[in-house]
Design a protein around this ligand. Sequence first.
Ligand code: AMP
Length: 424
Amino acid sequence: MSIVTPKGTSDMLPDVARKWQFLLATAAELFEAYGYEPIDTPIFEATELFVRGIGEATDIVHKEMYTFEDKGGRSLTLRPELTAPVVRAYLQHNLGGGGRLVKLYYAGPMFRFERPQAGRSRQFWQIGIEALGAEAPSVDAEAIVLLVRYFERLGLRDLQVLINSMGCVECRPAYREALAAYLRGRTPELCPDCVRRLEMNPLRVFDCKNPECADVMNEAPEVADFTCGDCAEHFNEVKALLAEAGLAYEVDARLVRGFDYYTKTTFEVRSSQLGAQNALGGGGRYDGLAEMIGGSRTPGVGFALGAERTMLALEAEDVSMPARPPVHVFVATVDETTRRAAFGIVGRLREAQIAAEMDHMGRSLKGQMKQAGKSGVLFAAILGPDEAARGECTVRDMESGEESAVPLADLEEWLAERIKEEIM
Ligand code: AMP
């Protein structure tokens, strides 16, 4: 076949799609229990939203966006992340009216033109939260706890929690200046991209994967030496709350995540089961983002986690995931008339919450029984013309081979009782 998935994308075939559904269902249940509500925004947005929100100096805006002009001449971009769109929706619909804290969660595909490798693709799936409208460090701590508890609930054990404080509009400029001054002294060791980053936003040099740039950054000034009293107090409280929740973490002074909008707390959860792409999820506080995209000041905190990497980690830790739910009953038929009757029976069984299947391939009775055996059903209900005429069918217990004549009128009840017994 000559037309296949575009580079950096993949199909979620049923086995993987079922895991994704499980990730989603687990997230919805847990996030709702933490008071978060679902939100969904368009796959594409005005390009300006990301340019202003994420920042021009970031790799995402500079090299990774899927930007196109639509037939009306608008510049649109496939969303590379969902924080800026969710904040846009919050502002557009005045969700915070009355000064309340708005807690939202989402899930869906994101798009970044990155070099594909294990755990990194061009279309990838994220699940995330945003809490908008509160300055309190308890909201930061709650987000961190929730991210970790989510991974734990899925069954992951190998988790490292890294946190940092990036300072705020008050204290970051001095740090930025100090970092730029330091980097200017080491320009010959930096890659051309970092030389450009240095002038646009020196913090972005932390994102560079080049080992020589990483060496330079290892000796760079640390943001902690520049944070103002307010930021330090906020960070101390976040740490105290994490301790209160019994959550183990490490402070990593180099955790400067790749978006310009972060202020104060940033965090990341990693798994050592993954290779180079070891970040399962991360986030932080972004008190300036709403203003950057043209709204009024709105403090916020959020995180996003990657579904593919989470699935890789689950596999690496050998966590069992839900398998295909069993089909309980196969209704086997002998000829055209009974086939039609079987169609009605299958429908009634399904309405009674009994997972039922029948033949759609014109197989012989023998072929149907073989198919029933292969698919692992608990029972086969065989509908022959004589039995149908008597208003009955023969139900075979596939494990014991025992057969019983069951009146069609009682079939749902008869099966429901025995399926319950078999499953319990
Ligand atoms: P970010 O939005 O960059 O903070 O990323 C949050 C999470 O999304 C990461 O920790 C990854 O799990 C996931 N992620 C980010 N970029 C990609 C990508 N290109 N491919 C797969 N997962 C990704």
